[in-house]
Design a protein around this ligand. Sequence first.
Ligand code: ARG
Length: 286
Amino acid sequence: MSTTEAAATTTRTAHRRRYLMCRPEHFTVNYSINPWMEPAKPTDTAKAVAQWQKLYDLYLELGHEVELIEPLAGYPDMVYTANGGFLIDGRAYVPKFRFEERAGEAPAFADWFRAHGYDTVIPEEVNEGEGDFLLVGDVILAGTGFRSTGDSHREVGEVFGREVVSLNLVDPRFYHLDTAIAVLDPVVAEGQSANIAYLSGAFDDASRAVLEERFPDAILVSDEDGSVFGLNSASDGYNVIISPRAKGFEVQLRERGYNPILIDLSELLLGGGGIKCCTLELRGAK
Ligand code: ARG
């Protein structure tokens, strides 16, 4: 039996999630801090809100819980709540944004976490939350190269007392780890290695070697799918919400027994973000 045939017989299980989102009421692109952002290109805030609403509605339909944080005027990137923190077991590690343009979002997220019962940790080091930290089983995969620093990898490891695997991002289009890796099965079943998907060209040779060794069964996505933010997706272990442009990834997911669901956030891509960027997982508390 080929690997694909073996995987297709695997039963996938959807897990209920709790997410934090932020309605893009103030969305626009009036500065550029990643190669996707072109302030000269017009944006349509109403369209951004309508597209975002579809993602929000879908999460509820799938049985997930979605909390909302109030959007702040003057912070058009606040819709990308993945950068608002990293939360495990009721503890929230607050971001310290690389660029001044987003710095004011951090205290708003910290306040929200405190008000919702999280043990809230203010960082010393520059880090952009779940944009660069991904929990896979017990291990934290951590990206660096563009936003979060290597020192934040040490700090996040200390805050959560977990092993951190540092990965170097080298392509400016994939400036956050969640643009280059998708965690499909955060819960690692016994005797199985975790299931992730990644774009190998987004990493340097050393990091690629680490990924190959740790995740021999990973889905390797094509450059074509990676380049349309195909990996910037949200999985509950069975349903995987992806961009409709990621045609090859959709097929790969089906072959592995996942259920891909297409949601188009084309307007939010103008800010350099996609499905995962608009979604922060709330683990613990409540
Ligand atoms: N314009 C935002 C920025 O450059 C987009 C953030 C995307 N977020 C993510 N988790 N990849 O910071």
